[in-house]
Design a protein around this ligand. Sequence first.
Ligand code: SF4
Ligand code: SF4
Length: 103
Amino acid sequence: MSIEIRHELCTACGVCSRICPGTLIKRRDGKAVIPRPERCWGCAACVKECPSEAIALFLGDDIGGLGGRMTVRRDGTLLHWTVTMPDSSSQTITVNTKDSNKY
Ligand code: SF4
Ligand code: SF4
C-alpha cells in the first residue's frame, strides 16, 4: 500500500509532511517525497489534506484494488473522492464532512 505524489501538482506547502502520522513524507527542494513508500499503511490523511490533489492513494492488490488511484478534491465542507482505474474510467463519491458524525 502506498501513495503516489504527482510532483507537477505539488506546490511545496508542507501540509502532508506535517500531517502524516508516521512522518513518512519528507521534503526535497520544498516538494513532497516519500523515500520509504513501503512503510505507508494507507490512512489517506495526506491524500485528504493535500490542497492541490497532488497525492493519490494507489489501490494495489494488497488491498483488493485493481491498480487504480484514489484522489480527493476539497470544496468547502465537501470532499469529492475519486477512484480512477487504469483504463481511465472513474467514479466519484461526495461526502459532506458536516455529516460525518451521522454515520
Ligand atoms: S500537501 Fe500536496 S501540495 Fe502540499 S507539499 Fe504535500 S504534496 Fe505538495
Ligand atoms: S497515507 Fe497515511 S501513512 Fe501513508 S504517507 Fe499518507 S499520511 Fe502517511
